[in-house]
Design a protein around this ligand. Structure first.
Ligand code: GN1
Ligand code: CA
Ligand code: CA
Length: 125
């Protein structure tokens, strides 16, 4: 089901890829669109696990496309569609001090964090 590639990982019909660069959410989103893809948003457990492999190999948390910038507490993909699959850590999302972006941490769980924080950029094609 999952095939590792030299510079990315294929899971089902999707390919996650990183150049190893970091950026804030807006920069990350723009770079992925420039590359012809979208900012990674795992939509099921298999995709979450595939993205986790990239996070672990770079040892840097990845910024997801998912965010609650538009409406606090309502998490959406960049398309505006509300999320179905989530993988929040315990007590997350907590909007601690105002956190509207989402990262994957080294155990595959998700945390909301401030959108001005730089994280690993991973595209989905
Ligand atoms: C971090 O450092 P602290 O505890 O104030 C994290 C929050 C998490 C929290 C979980 C910038 O906050 O998003 O909810 O840990 N802050 C950042 O304990 O990542
Ligand atoms: Ca929030
Ligand atoms: Ca948080």
């Amino acid at each position: 089901k999952v095939l590792r590639l030299p510079d990315g990982i294929r899971v089902g019909e999707k390919v996650f890829h990183t150049s190893g660069l970091r950026g804030v959410y807006e920069t990350a989103k723009a770079k992925c669109v420039q590359a012809g893809g979208v900012l990674a948003s795992p939509r099921n457990a298999d995709e979450n696990h595939a993205l986790l492999e990239i996070v672990k190999s770079h040892n840097v948390n990845a910024v997801l496309g998912i965010n609650d910038i538009q409406t606090e507490g309502t998490f959406r993909y960049p398309s505006g569609e509300t999320v179905a699959f989530t993988n929040w850590g315990k007590n997350e999302p907590n909007d601690a001090g105002g956190e509207d972006c989402v990262e994957m941490i080294g155990n595959g769980l998700w945390n909301d964090f401030p959108c001005n924080g730089e994280r690993l950029i991973v595209s989905a094609m």
